[in-house]
Design a protein around this ligand. Structure first.
Ligand code: ZN
Ligand code: ZN
Length: 410
């Protein structure tokens, strides 16, 4: 008996005018999601707290049972874990972008024209070679991930994550100076290292021959989200389970690794509309049949559609997820395993932003109580027996169904 938790990023939405004031989930063709609602227990869930729009890192940390107000320690470390780097307790990690800047350091493109991963890899290698000959008083590790995205880790004594971003977040403004956010020697020192590195990266990159050919040269590195390793007691230790994560997104993989889940790579998982949903569900089914009790399956493109205000694409992609879910429900038995469906937050098609509205939740499986709800959407699920939960309540509920929660009291 195991749990497959399917988290569709930003799938929940508000009523949309173009859809006749219905949500994408209400409009999309979703017979399989509806089946989960019909045979299972339904509710709505505030990923973090009512009215709080969460980032995906914070939201998924909560869905895995960790109160983000207590445990969140910045995005950088989670990105680094997701990129496969190891992090020690005192290390400080950053999410980075290859960017295009002019001669005075004003940002012209925050993603260097979405440089290809191959080209970014060449530049990252040049950075690593230059770093070997340089001395910043701390160990510096730089790794590119997908396209313009990269991760920087500083290792050594006396570092602090209490420093500001260098990424101005908008074009037309110069790279920001990194400043300490607390009055400590560690924060001052870390900020100084970051500023020296920013200048160093510009020097290495602007003289690189590859950049001479690019219309938007990747001649600077922007840093943000300084973070350190969150101290999470692994799920394996908390519940005695073996868990796996299937996601294409480094940040989500990082959250899952921090929680002690094993990241299973799926060829064809892209984090985009073209992702191989069938392959992801197949891997999840394989994992449930091969010693894993808990599989966290994350699907990204629902969120992408909302960020892009792409109404039709969101409706269409929800339908695609439903078809893949249908395939999985044929291969799994709800008499043996639990299949749980939710979103990590609401992303509004209208605002293009994460919002603090609750998300729908359905828990189907051998001993889940059916509650008369027959459709999986934000409105129908609000009438279910799970009522309104917080994200951190989900794991205890699921682990209780698996018989993994110890009794409280005599
Ligand atoms: Zn998200
Ligand atoms: Zn998002």
């Amino acid at each position: 008996m195991g749990v497959l938790l399917v988290v569709c990023d930003g799938m929940a939405d508000r009523p949309v005018v173009e859809l006749g004031r219905r949500t994408p989930l209400q409009v999309a063709e979703t017979p399989n999601m509806d089946k989960l609602a019909e045979v299972g227990s339904c509710g709505i869930m505030d990923p973090v707290a009512p009215g709080i729009p969460p980032g995906s890192d914070v939201a998924n940390m909560a869905l895995l049972g960790y109160d983000p107000y207590e445990h969140y320690a910045g995005r950088g470390a989670l990105e680094a874990l997701g990129a496969g780097l190891e992090l020690g307790p005192g290390d400080v990690a950053f999410r980075c972008n290859f960017a295009t800047v002019d001669a005075s350091g004003v940002v012209l493109d925050r993603r260097a024209g979405r440089i290809s991963t191959e080209k970014a890899s060449v530049l990252a290698e040049a950075i690593r070679e230059a770093l070997e000959k340089a001395d910043f008083g701390v160990e510096v590790e730089f790794v590119n991930t997908v396209q313009h995205r990269a991760v920087l880790v500083l290792r050594g004594e006396g570092l602090s994550k209490a420093i500001s971003d260098t990424d101005p977040k908008v074009v037309g403004k110069p790279i920001k100076e990194c400043v300490p956010l607390e009055d400590t020697a560690e924060a001052r020192r870390t900020a100084e290292v970051v500023n020296r590195l920013t200048a160093f990266f510009r020097e290495v990159l602007s003289s690189h021959p590859l950049n001479k050919e690019l219309p938007k040269p990747a001649n600077a590195i922007l840093m943000r989200g300084a973070g350190s390793l969150p101290e999470l007691k692994p799920l394996g230790e908390l519940y005695g389970i073996r868990g796996a994560c299937i996601s294409a997104v480094a940040l989500i993989k990082g959250v899952c690794r921090a929680a002690g889940l094993e990241v299973l790579d799926v060829p064809g998982a892209t984090g985009s509309y073209d992702t191989d949903l069938g392959a992801k569900f197949s891997k999840a089914i394989w994992a449930l049949g091969n010693g894993y009790d808990f599989v966290f399956l994350h699907i990204k493109a629902t969120d992408v559609a909302s960020h892009d205000h792409a109404v039709d694409k969101k409706v269409w992609f929800i339908g695609e997820v439903d078809k893949a879910l249908g395939g999985a429900l044929e291969a799994l038995s709800l008499d043996e395993d639990y299949v749980v469906l939710t979103a990590d937050h609401t992303t509004s098609l209208r605002t293009g932003q994460h919002e603090g509205d609750p998300v729908p939740l359905a828990i189907a499986g051998p001993e889940a109580r059916p509650d008369g709800v027959e459709r999986f959407d934000e409105i129908s699920c609000s009438l279910g027996c799970l009522c309104r939960l917080r994200g951190v309540d989900l794991m205890p509920i699921l682990m209780n169904l698996l018989g993994k929660v110890r009794r409280f009291g005599a």
